[in-house]
Ligand binder design. Sequence first.
Ligand SMILES: C[S@@+](CC[C@H](N)C(=O)[O-])C[C@H]1O[C@@H](n2cnc3c(N)ncnc32)[C@H](O)[C@@H]1O
Length: 426
Amino acid sequence: MANKKTQDSSKNPTLRPSQALRFRIDSSGSLRAMVSASSGEFSLTPEIIQLLCLLQQGIKPDELAAKLRTNFKQLNQALPDQNEIIGLIDDLIDAQCILAPNSDAEGSGIQDGFGDSWIQWAMLADAPRCRSYKNALQKTLNEQSNVLDVGAGSGLLSLYALEAKAHRVDAIEETAIAHSLKKLRSQLPEELRKRLTIHNCNSFDATLPQNITHVVSELFGNDPLQEGVVPTLRNIFSRIENKKCVGIPENVSIYLQLIDLVEGPLHKRLARFSNKDVENGDLWFKSVEKIKGTLDLSSISFSHPLRVEDIKQMSPLRKTITIQLAPPPSEKAQRPHQDLDVTASAKMSAPALLLGFRAKLSHDLSISNLPGESDSCEHWSPILVTLNRCIEAGETLQIKLSVNELWDRVILKITDNNGKRLGSRE
Ligand SMILES: C[S@@+](CC[C@H](N)C(=O)[O-])C[C@H]1O[C@@H](n2cnc3c(N)ncnc32)[C@H](O)[C@@H]1O
């Protein structure tokens, strides 16, 4: 948690917990929380949870110490006093768990993750990504458009929207990169500047303007769901009255393909992972095999940049589930899932299942992280799910594909004809 002290919050009567706070209980029974992909996850102690609950109930900060003492009579010794509570609240404000009034405009922003300029540059330097968004916004927006840019980053989509003559653009960005966005705004000619408003906060906490006609966003990771695109846009669309509001992107589809690594840095590692006999008789490998048996390698997946020449495609690229994003399915909707078979066209000795995505921006414009495809973008990589043994020519594998409960991860399990697990992503 951040440690810089920004203000004396004890006098502030209108502090409130962020609407973006999400909680989960981890495998050891501890309560964990996060406000965004950039903030990461942190542990919550019982007194912090109490503090958040009391603030949610409207208890004033200078009454918190006394309230805690009443609620935790048995633990009186270990409870923070009023001074410590002020420090805790300032930390919680820095971590954006608690919001001060006017934080829409004044938030300092999370420094980590997307607060980093180099990460923003990776996205700006990605020509296919930027070009596709530029074209999609040019084709869709006009002088009547009121645009909400959710997760504006350094301001690229907002700038494209202004260039496409949008009447008004509201840019929401939670991290410290909003400082660059503010600088960009200040450098715009007066006529464009007055049409752009910046909200430096999490979208769950932003006060939305009236009459939004278009929601634009790019909230995809290598796993397209990992940055919370579904819960974020679900929350935004649920608060927009105009039911004809247009979303860019419209949807995202998940793709699967069996591939064999034939070259590149991963080739040997995967071949050794999947093939017991690869170094048969070699002493160094016998010991490695022994240790391998003690490691938990049952669920390995990672994103990896792939050159087309380093892989052999061993099954057709298969489009699976499609998730609508404008608006996304409600929290009550059934999570998408699909069972499918894939058959290897030849023997595979460094086998993996490639998991990728394609997002439809609008009409015929799309972006993807699929190697060799015409809409493939440069800064994303597909995810590889490693298979723990060689696959024979003509062998058919069963795949169960789904998304997790928070809708922020694609999960899958791959088994052979005998029901034996070959790989998974959990
Ligand atoms: C993948 S980047 C895209 C940035 C920019 N739109 C672009 O296309 O270059 C996503 C941005 O959204 C921000 N973000 C993600 N979820 C957010 C949320 N719920 N509220 C506000 N900002 C969010 C991140 O901090 C990050 O800067």
